[in-house]
Ligand binder design. Structure first.
Ligand SMILES: Cc1ncc(COP(=O)(O)O)c(C=O)c1O
Length: 402
């Protein structure tokens, strides 16, 4: 069959047909038989409560029977509920709903610039980010991410973005001149290879921002909504941002996101200056409210911490058992992974053969991003599949050497 999809991905030759909890099922194109995969990629940290969680299915169905979409021209009780809940559990006072992570970051950048504009500081437009960052694929967020491979061929890089080496204080201070509007970072760089900022660096940064009228933006699109075992990764840093972007786990598979801000940081946002046709749509609100019902339930995050502790320990054991395949443990909570000594994509291919999904990252890392509902049995199964894959790869590597 002619492929009419734009050539932006290189998908597998099989497609998944359904999902349940931590498992996703494909029909083998040759045999027609259904095959079960352990999904420790969770759609790149999206399926926070797993595939087809009954509470989410019920919430979506119930909303779908009533109203799919009105418009941001009209009051929405679902938006009011979700925004209140998000503010109650975070530093924020104000929320803007979006449809994706990149849009949440676009909003974060606009909120920051607009704050300074409203203060009469029209020159303060520059956003500083850190090497290895990934903030999305819009024209604005590829400029923020600063990675040549995502910028190439898309015309002039949007102005007003400066990038400094990861956690380089002197470079940061040199770049943070009187035109600096905001400094933006992922508390743990996801696509960049699970690289965590040192809390002491971020505490110093917070003070610097306060003293110099610079806003601090945390991109918690991947780290937020329980992924690290805390509701938000910033809780481990001992500081709060002025603005935070969310998406992925908040929608649990429904495409939606949010930009959160303090009342002060959001003070430049006025009617008419920003908008979205779909952002805050009733279906998205119903699903995200249902996600929060689960994540905020008593004991949920404690269990994420427990399971991620077990996973981390077992991964360390795996590194010891396969020193020629794995180098080190990266990340935190269920945003965890292994830096590989072999090519990470080879490990992912071997895992496919073992019917398990994981996600690659920069710096030759393989990410494990299971649904936050993963059990100890599923962790054990993942370790078993990783162990078999590493053993087979070791045999292949040794064969090649002979
Ligand atoms: C930290 C971070 N920011 C932004 C994005 C972009 O999100 P989206 O693909 O939903 O636009 C991602 C996606 O991987 C991400 O991990």
């Amino acid at each position: 069959m002619t492929n009419h999809l734009m050539n932006t991905y290189m998908p597998t030759d099989f497609s998944f047909e359904r999902g349940e909890g931590c498992y996703i099922f494909a029909n083998n194109p040759k045999t027609g038989v259904e095959e079960k995969y352990l999904d420790f990629g969770a759609g790149v940290a999206v399926l926070s409560v797993g595939h087809s969680h009954p509470h989410l299915v019920a919430a979506l169905n119930e909303q779908a029977q009533k109203l799919w979409h009105s418009s941001n021209w009209y009051k929405s009780t679902q938006q009011e509920t979700l925004s209140k809940r998000l503010c109650d559990i975070s530093f924020a006072d104000k929320v803007f709903f979006t449809n994706s992570g990149a849009e949440s970051n676009e909003c974060a950048i606009k909120v920051a610039r607009r704050y300074h504009y409203a203060q009469g500081n029209k020159h303060k437009v520059n956003i500083i980010t850190f090497e290895g960052a990934f903030h999305g694929r819009t024209i604005g967020t590829i400029a923020a991410g600063g990675q040549a491979k995502y910028l190439e061929g898309f015309g002039p890089k949007a102005g007003g973005f400066t990038q400094v080496p990861f956690q380089d204080w002197d470079a940061l201070i040199a770049a943070a001149d009187e035109n600096c509007a905001a400094i933006m970072l992922e508390p743990i760089q996801g696509e960049g290879g699970l690289r965590s900022f040192d809390p002491s660096f971020v505490v110093k940064l917070r003070t610097y921002c306060d003293e110099n009228d610079i806003l601090l933006i945390f991109d918690e699109i991947q780290t937020g909504i329980g992924r690290t075992g805390r509701l938000f990764a910033y809780e481990a840093l001992g500081v709060e941002p002025d603005i935070m972007s969310l998406a992925k786990g908040l929608g649990g598979g429904f495409p939606m996101g949010a930009c959160l801000a303090t009342a002060q940081a959001a003070s430049g946002m006025q009617p008419g200056i920003h908008g979205s046709t779909y952002g805050g749509n009733q279906l998205a609100m119903a699903v995200a409210n249902a996600v929060l019902d689960i994540i905020l339930a008593e004991g949920f995050l404690a269990n994420v911490k427990k399971i991620s502790g077990i996973l981390g320990q077992k991964l360390l054991g795996l590194i010891d058992a396969h020193p020629t395949i794995f180098e080190s443990l990266k990340g935190e909570g269920l945003l965890i992974g292994l830096k590989c000594k072999i090519v990470n994509m080879d490990l992912l291919a071997a895992l496919y053969d073992q019917k398990m999904l994981a996600i690659p990252a920069g710096d030759n890392v393989m990410r494990l991003l299971p649904p936050l509902i993963a059990t100890e049995d599923e962790v054990n199964l993942a370790i078993e599949k990783l162990d078999i894959s590493a053993t087979l790869l070791k045999i292949e590597t040794t064969d090649g050497d002979i």
